[in-house]
Design a protein around this ligand. Sequence first.
Ligand code: MGD
Ligand code: MGD
Ligand code: MO
Length: 741
Amino acid sequence: MRVAKPLVSAGGGFPAIYYTVKKTLESGNPIGLARRLLSKNTCKTCALGMGGQRGGIVNEVGHFPEVCKKSFQAQASDMRGVIDEDYFTRTPLSQLRFLSSAEFERLGRLAFPIVAEAGSDRFRRITWDEALTRTIETFRSAPPLRTFFYSSGRSSNEAAFLLQLLARAYGSPNIHNCSFYCHAASSVALGDVYGSGTASVTLDDLAQADVAVIAGANPASNHPRLISQLIAMRRRGAKVIVINPLKELGLVRFRVPSDLRSLLFGSDVSDIYLQPHIGGDIALSKALLKGVIEADAIDRVFVNDHTSGFEAVRADAEASSWDDLIEASGVPRAQIDASVRLLVQAKRGIFLWAMGLTHHTHGVDNVAALANLAMARGWLGRPGCGLLPLRGHSNVQGVGSMGMAPALKEAFASALETAYDIDVPREPGQDTYASMLAAERGEVNAALLLGGNLFASNPDRSWAERALQNIPFTVSLTTKLNEGHVHGRGRTSIVLPVFARDEEPEPTTQESMFNYVRLSDGGVASIEGDLRSEVSILASLAEGILPAGRFDWSSLHSHETLRQEIARVVPGYGPLADIARTKQEFTVGGRVRHDAAFATPDARAHFVVPPMPAFRPAAGEFRLMTLRSEGQFNTVVYDEEDVYRGNRTRDVVMMSAEDAAALGVAEDDRVTVRTETGRMLVTVAIVDIRPGNLAMYYPEANVLVPRRLDDRSKTPAFKSIIATVTCSERQLPRLGRPQRS
Ligand SMILES: Nc1nc2c(c(=O)[nH]1)N[C@H]1C(S)=C(S)[C@@H](COP(=O)(O)OP(=O)(O)OC[C@H]3O[C@@H](n4cnc5c(=O)[nH]c(N)nc54)[C@H](O)[C@@H]3O)O[C@H]1N2
Ligand SMILES: Nc1nc2c(c(=O)[nH]1)N[C@H]1C(S)=C(S)[C@@H](COP(=O)(O)OP(=O)(O)OC[C@H]3O[C@@H](n4cnc5c(=O)[nH]c(N)nc54)[C@H](O)[C@@H]3O)O[C@H]1N2
Ligand SMILES: [Mo]
């Protein structure tokens, strides 16, 4: 059988360097691009938190150079030209509907406000004055409970703080961000475990650990700079265990471009690569814990002195039979034993994870099961040990810290009430999915979307389109147009162009996944346009929408004033008051756990028994996950090909050679993938994945994703989908290939 080979021999390396050169040339302004990359701004891609005051290619512990092709991708993309007015006059919505994500991306930047009126067939340019006045009037006449406010994690702390304050002072608790579709499960689980929802470690801790366990993440593509940390760990003798149904090339071998030895000879990234079934992580974590118990390697002192609930977890592990755990996880006993040996030998360990654990109906339980293992070894509350959710967007954690969420901790809520004389209801508002349901029911009059692509981030694409189009008025703030502005827009929709982070006229701040707050200097826009900063737009809306009261809303146009407000209201953010003056970046207070004092009511860390999930395919069915390729950032597709997985196009279903043989199909054959929600005609791509499991690319595959959520975190199960595969009756020619007549 013909099997596709990865298009490269290792992650990173010369192809990554070639790619950055190509992007540099494509930007049309290599010097401008270099200047932007070196500027003192937090990197715009993942939440690893590069840049800030050390400059774009230095990490939090000062290592230089930390180069990542993703930042080139993002920068070059923001430097593309602008969409001219004529384009909107010429192009009806019916035509824009056919643009793919990559085509929207190539259109260039939005350079002036636009509106699509209810019933109109196209966008037209409008003035800022008209755009803001109409938005203000709409919100003023809407009942606040019939509105919602969504933010992706790309905006600044200043903008996010202002937006949640605006929403709360206006009277809407329906405030949320993309983390409901991302790491909400981690926040809920960590809240149970140690009373706060973020990582317990700093970047430095990785340098002290003897073992790292990375579950359900593909950092070579999504957090590339983490790979150099892993390689550095292995060079000093530490071990890396990967847990992933799919053998990801970049977790096997990587050539770190900024490290000559690694670049030339390549580096192994992992010591053991476990390939469970999709959704099999609870069984696997229980199996590893059972092994640790049988090896008598529980840290009794830590467990007795600093935790509660261990006896129930131990009883559960002992009551689960090896055969059941092996069958449910899909991982052979010998590999479990080998991993247990590494865990038992290590003195300090860190557990890292991403969407492979959270995107399930049992997302919270997945994280809890992993945390149990860490606590059993005593790997919490000391340096070199802990739990590290690999966050998504570059400021998703900061956006959450700023209160862009439907529920606030008591200290935060009462600080807001005192500072602004507003009522903060203790009853939580809508989460992201709840707002989508409200929209579907016709119970939303207006919505404000700060960045992101809410439409293409949702499960069940046609439902998401219907729900969002049911909203009479939406206003979006964005750098570029995306599918959401056309498919997921309100009947009247206004789209406002904003500066990117490194174009902001005033400094902004961001928070990394290590709870580290960075200062971005801003800069000048590389495009000609009538753009405004997110803060300036939101402050104008606040001034117009909110009644003049005891607080002077007009003062909130200044980023510096906002930082003073954040410093006095947001827990742990006191040092923000001086950051612009001192340039002193800092770790948010009360988050990192280097001693065993936990933020729970009893000051202990909590073990919880995770139930085994019901997710199991019947005979003839597969487990399907939707994931990102090397060439995309969430719903923004930059490149069609996924070099690490050997795919030149995105309309594929990845499966094992064994399953392909059983289905009687080969690489490149056309098949139909069906779920309860939809079907797609795609091409077979053979990869090294545990048999019985399939992978497809998000966001295209959202037509297949059912609307099924984790009850506790409200996160859609983007990765535990039941699917069937059938050969197409007729082998249709592949898209993009010359067709024979
Ligand atoms: N370049 C780039 N960087 C990004 C992003 C991007 O799109 N592009 N997105 C950002 C955002 S918002 C986020 S949230 C992160 C996402 O970062 P990731 O979570 O790494 O992204 P996904 O592609 O969703 O990949 C999930 C990984 O989990 C594995 N997986 C799927 N199901 C399971 C399972 O049941 N168990 C286990 N153990 N593994 C499983 C998949 O094989 C895949 O390797 O990256 C951030 N950084
Ligand atoms: N099937 C499936 N669905 C998923 C996932 C999955 O793995 N599978 N992953 C989920 C996850 S983890 C996430 S985080 C969500 C993604 O959720 P979102 O954050 O909603 O989506 P993005 O694609 O990151 O949004 C990108 C858009 O943000 C805008 N933008 C970019 N930069 C800026 C800026 O500086 N300011 C402003 N105002 N706007 C900007 C641009 O319009 C760009 O097109 O999708 C979720 N949906
Ligand atoms: Mo995410």
